[in-house]
Ligand binder design. Structure first.
Ligand code: ZN
Length: 382
């Protein structure tokens, strides 16, 4: 099948902050993905800051979803969080003018995001979405802001109950706020908080990439090789072949002990190169190389879809955006020239696995503004 190399920057958990020293990435890419927690307190000014950060990328399409902190986008959570705020600060309840100024009226934050469509920013609700990119590729995305929680936050479900992640089997990229269970989902207090139902849904769909954030210390990327047969109740223990999988990077590896072995020198060089670029880069070749090794080991049977690149792109650490964004190069199917491109969210009629889905969304989106200044060494790792 004819494919098109597509460059995707993935970020998450920016919490209404800008990059250190107001920097931005100048690389031209096809798509930017933000996996939620656009804000810290769901305030209008924080949404505005994140929108200006998204606009600063040199990409015609910037996709964003919500996270648990973005509760004013959730019509159920918003009133509940305000009641919580009134309990902490009773004076706030009597100052509705201030509440409206900070958080906006119901729907106001969403309107800010929707209005940014003119700058190529597309805010996605939960579900499957189909895009035709400016580079001629078709992109099939599943998005979900939902995470398991017992406390009142935005876009949550009770961990004891069921949440359906209805991922299109032809999906290319899954974007969720939370991690799947077992994949870069360990919190600072050593708990796995990833969702088992999400893992099961991703294991069945086997996307090219699943990106998320939420667990900030879980920043990293893992190229996971799937077992040939997926279990009835998939789990990271049973369905990922760890012998054929590998971490591309994670914080433990990058910030680990500093022996002068050849491996450590390579690690230091990798960090220096990434910091100079301002992002951590993964090429198509790198992903394919691993897949072809996996294919060799499996007697030539495995294809690139037998692996999924999991990316935890949470940038915030210690109140700043210290972790690097990811720049991922991914092979996407060429769009079918024979079909008309429709509006966002419309499902293409193709049923064939990995066929070039069409129908879409952001045709002729305007290019995002380009911030011309260059990247310096940031020291984002410490
Ligand atoms: Zn966060």
């Amino acid at each position: 099948m004819s494919t098109i190399k597509t460059k995707v920057i993935v970020i998450s958990d920016t919490h209404g902050k800008c990059f250190p020293h107001g920097e931005t990435l100048t690389q031209q890419v096809d798509v930017v993905i933000h996996c939620g927690d656009l804000t810290q307190h769901s305030k209008l000014d924080e949404f505005r800051q994140t929108l200006s950060l998204l606009r600063s990328f040199n990409a015609p399409l910037k996709i964003a979803i919500a996270g648990n902190h973005d509760f004013s986008l959730d019509p159920v959570a918003f009133p509940a969080k305000l009641v919580e705020a009134y309990k902490i600060d009773p004076a706030l309840e009597n100052d509705q003018e201030l509440v409206t100024k900070e958080f906006g009226t119901p729907g106001e934050a969403r309107k800010l995001l929707d209005d940014a469509a003119q700058d190529g920013v597309v805010f996605l609700d939960e579900g499957n979405h189909y895009f035709t990119l400016d580079n001629g590729a078709a992109l099939n995305i599943y998005a979900s802001p939902y995470t398991p929680f017992t406390e009142p936050w935005g876009f949550t479900y009770n961990p004891e109950s069921h949440h359906a992640f209805d991922i299109d089997p032809e999906v290319d990229i899954v974007i969720t706020h939370g991690p799947p269970r077992g994949i870069m989902d360990i919190t600072a207090d050593r708990r796995r908080i990833g969702c088992p139902q999400l893992f099961a849904a991703v294991a069945r769909a086997r996307p090219k990439m699943h990106c998320f954030g939420h667990v900030h210390g879980g920043w990293g990327a893992k190229l996971a090789s799937w077992r040939p047969e997926i279990s009835e109740h998939p789990s990271h223990f049973a369905d990922i072949d760890n012998g054929k999988s590998r971490f591309i990077a994670n914080l433990a590896r990058l910030c680990g002990s500093d022996f002068e072995t050849a491996g450590e020198r390579a690690r230091k060089n990798e960090i220096a190169r990434s910091e100079a670029r301002g992002c951590f880069e993964v090429s198509c070749e790198e992903i394919k190389l691993d897949s072809s090794r996996a294919a060799e080991a499996a007697g030539g049977q495995a294809a690139v879809e037998e692996s999924t690149l999991f990316v935890n792109a949470a940038l915030e650490s210690g109140g700043e955006l210290r972790h690097l964004p990811w720049l991922i190069e991914i092979d996407l199917p060429r769009r079918s020239a024979s079909r008309n491109h429709k509006v966002a969210g419309e499902k293409p009629d193709s049923k064939r696995k990995r066929s070039p889905s069409v129908s879409s969304a952001k045709e002729n989106v305007e290019s995002g503004s380009v911030d011309g200044h260059t990247q310096g060494k940031r020291g984002w790792w410490t």
